[in-house]
Design a protein around this ligand. Structure first.
Ligand code: SAH
Length: 233
């Protein structure tokens, strides 16, 4: 079958029903965004048939587009309002940024690999979404120029929540990030900034993301040595 022969809108609606609603995602804005953004645009040609598969898919450089359910779960845990400004660390393909941009007012997204910035820019240009701002750099340092953010989401797993990201969160802001002492296994954490130095924290269970590499993440050398054992979310 040619890629043109797939009815992606039907596959997308089925994904929303079977993978998201059935698993308890209730936030209407998140469900609508997931039913709007064409994931097939962000997937390499050879994987288009699997664009709505219930799992992560490979990107260039051993990185991955997260599983649709994980994108929706993280977006739900951010409790977004339409006027919110969101910082995403780990742009990857740009898919999650596109989803967030349909729910919030502005999305600032940081990626450490220049080739993925180019990849994401190309996909987002095709969609004409104009409230997503891309930045090449180490996201463990955040993007201070546009802080504070109402919500921050980190799409790679780190050993700690970077201090710069806590600092750049508005009071009342939500931060969602996979945190773990191993490079391939984390727990999904939701942090709420209740006051200047007051943060609440909740655990949403075990997840497996690619490593967050940077000044307040894993060192580059350690990441190179670690072998992929199983696909990440
Ligand atoms: N949100 C993406 C998936 C991200 S995969 C999507 O929807 O497609 C995680 C990404 O985090 C990878 O692209 C990886 O290169 C990036 N990354 C890892 N460490 C980073 C850092 N310190 N700063 C910015 N990006 C980082």
């Amino acid at each position: 079958m040619d890629n043109d022969d797939y009815d992606f809108s039907v596959m997308r609606a089925t994904m929303v029903m079977a993978q998201l609603k059935e698993r308890g995602i209730e936030d209407t804005a998140v469900l609508n965004a997931m039913n709007t953004v064409p994931r097939e645009i962000f997937v390499a040609d050879s994987y288009k048939a699997y664009a709505y598969k219930d799992g992560p898919l490979p990107l260039p450089n051993g990185q991955t587009i997260s599983q649709p359910y994980i994108v929706a779960l993280m977006a739900s845990l951010l409790n977004l309002a339409p006027s919110d400004r969101v910082l995403e660390i780990g742009t990857g393909s740009g898919y999650a940024a596109a989803v967030l941009s349909r729910i919030a007012s502005e999305v600032y997204t940081v990626e450490r690999r220049q080739e993925l910035i180019n990849y994401a820019r190309n996909c987002l240009d095709r969609l004409g979404y104009d409230n997503i701002h891309l930045h090449h750099g180490d996201g463990t340092l955040g993007w201070p120029e546009h802080a504070p953010y109402d919500a921050i989401v980190v799409a790679a797993g780190g050993p700690i929540i970077p201090a710069a990201l806590r600092d750049q969160l508005a009071i009342g802001g939500r931060l969602v990030m996979p945190v773990g002492s191993s490079q391939r296994q984390q727990h999904l954490k939701q942090i709420i900034r209740l006051g200047q130095n007051n943060f609440s924290q909740k655990d949403y269970g075990a997840v497996a993301f690619v490593p967050l590499i940077g000044a307040e993440g894993w060192p580059v050398t350690a990441a190179k040595k670690s072998k992929r054992r199983r696909p990440e979310q």
